[in-house]
Write a protein that binds this ligand. Structure first.
Ligand SMILES: Nc1ncnc2c1ncn2[C@@H]1O[C@H](COP(=O)(O)OP(=O)(O)O)[C@@H](O)[C@H]1O
Ligand SMILES: [Mg+2]
Length: 229
């Protein structure tokens, strides 16, 4: 009995050394998280893995009883363990996990955004970059948006990106900017209605809601920005 456990120990050590070999760090980290989180019974099984540039893809089999949502909730743990960003998706009975280990840069040029790729979106806006690439959302699906952050965290920049993306790529949009600071959006005066007097805002909104939609071509969007910092 004692001898068997010694053999088992050696076997486990060899397995662990092989798993943690150079170049296999991401896979080893994923396995470590699985081992730590599923101590007993059926556990997720990595059935295939491949690597292309900085992206690892794992196919994972979830035995009955190991829920997909429960597994997906471990995303942050997988990210911490691998040092990359992790996307877990379900395809029938097999789950794929992508681990992208490329480090993100501090900034990316706006030219990365090609609006012609988003013809199905009414008002496409680039909102950030993940390891998977540029993240673009249709702002029509997010009619109320609150941007909060400390000074210098990019709140104003985000509003400029939204306003400029709308005006550049969907020029038929009727854009209204309410800017109590009165200086930041001055430069868009020719292309949008920039309102800086707060006492006019109420009557402006009343007029907008009373005006028949047919009077305005394309989309009527009021971007109410109350930017404090
Ligand atoms: N998305 C971004 N990517 C990289 N740098 C940014 C980004 N947004 C803002 N910055 C940098 O941060 C500075 C402050 O941004 P700003 O929008 O004025 O912040 P806030 O309005 O939150 O005080 C900008 O001058 C710019 O250099
Ligand atoms: Mg600001």
């Amino acid at each position: 009995m004692k001898q068997q456990s010694a053999i088992e120990e050696v076997r486990d050590n060899i397995k662990s050394l092989w798993l943690h070999r150079k170049g296999n760090e991401a896979r080893a980290s994923v396995q470590d998280v699985i081992d730590a989180k599923y101590k007993e019974g059926a556990r997720p099984l990595i059935i295939a893995s491949s690597k292309k540039e900085d992206t690892w893809t794992f196919a994972i089999y979830l035995p009955p009883g190991t829920g997909f949502l429960e597994f997906q909730k471990l995303t942050v743990l997988f990210q911490d363990a691998t040092g990359g960003s992790v996307h877990i998706e379900k395809h029938g009975t097999v789950v794929t996990m992508e681990v992208m280990t490329e480090e993100l840069k501090k900034s990316y040029p706006y030219s990365l955004f090609d609006a012609s790729e988003y013809t199905k979106m009414a008002l496409p806006i680039p909102i950030g970059v993940s390891a998977k690439g540029l993240i673009v959302r249709d702002i029509v699906e997010y009619p109320h948006l609150l941007t909060a952050g400390e000074t210098n965290y990019g709140k104003s920049n985000q509003l400029h990106v939204i306003a400029n993306s709308i005006l550049l790529h969907r020029p038929d949009t009727y854009l209204i900017i309410i800017d109590p600071k009165s200086t930041e959006f001055d430069y868009l005066n020719e292309m949008a209605l920039v309102v800086d007097e707060m006492n006019k805002v109420k009557s402006l909104f009343r007029e907008l809601t009373e005006r028949p939609c047919t009077e305005v071509q394309g989309f009527t969007i009021a971007t109410g920005s109350r930017d404090y910092g």
